[in-house]
Ligand binder design. Structure first.
Ligand code: SF4
Length: 214
């Protein structure tokens, strides 16, 4: 129960969402049941190494950063992600999780900042959105839409209203890299009547967009 399959653990800056720009330790869990068309972390679908909780905590402590994010892959696909979050909180870290939205978030500890993807049609994974999750969002959490076309943006606006997401938490829109220009998405966001926040992935502007471990 305390073993996790891990692709990489590294220190970088947080590239997106509320803590963008701050130093962060990333724990990338191996494996994901989804296959988003524009996925930029397919290298995390397979491979990795087995770590027990103590090994992960030691590595996180060595990196010495207050913010720690579980990402993937799909971190919630591994049962031991929950005890890992609990252990990190107990050790005083500010914990975040980025999840694809197809696994329940109900049991995530309340102290964890959740960034939940809502998959648009352009991902090919829109049927995987677990809408029951929306009842468990905290006002401080964030729902992220990766936008691959104007059609995705229109779909996201309708979806937000249908599920009243604008009343539940913060809403992020990100351009799918190479498919939508940041300037286009900025114009759409400005014209929207919804409280959308433009979410650019800083790491892709700082380093090579295909770089791993950044
Ligand atoms: S959920 Fe995330 S890791 Fe999984 S395929 Fe989609 S973008 Fe890639």
């Amino acid at each position: 129960m305390d073993m996790l399959r891990i692709t990489e653990i590294y220190k970088s800056i947080q590239g997106e969402a509320r803590y963008a720009g701050l130093p962060c330790t990333f724990i990338r869990l191996t494996g994901c049941p989804l296959r988003c068309r524009w996925c930029d972390t397919a290298y995390g679908f397979e491979g990795g190494e087995d770590y027990n909780l103590q090994h992960i905590l030691d590595k996180v402590e060595e990196l010495g950063v207050h913010h720690v994010e579980l990402t993937g892959g799909e971190p919630l696909a591994q049962a031991a992600a929950l005890p890992l979050m609990e252990a990190l909180i107990k050790h005083g870290y500010q914990v975040m999780i980025e999840t694809g939205g197809s696994y329940p978030i109900k049991h995530i500890p309340a102290a964890v900042h959740v960034i939940l993807d809502a998959k648009c049609p352009g991902s090919g994974m829109q049927e995987k959105n677990l809408t029951a999750n929306y009842a468990f969002l905290k006002p401080t959490d964030e729902v992220k839409f990766v936008i691959a076309s104007r059609k995705d943006f229109d779909w996201a606006e309708t979806y937000i209203r249908e599920h009243h997401l604008e009343t539940k938490c913060h809403l992020l829109v990100s351009p799918a890299w190479g498919l939508v220009k940041p300037a286009e998405l900025t114009e759409w966001t400005l014209a929207s009547e919804l409280p959308l926040k433009l979410n650019l992935q800083l790491h892709k502007y700082i380093w090579n967009p295909r770089a791993k471990g950044v």
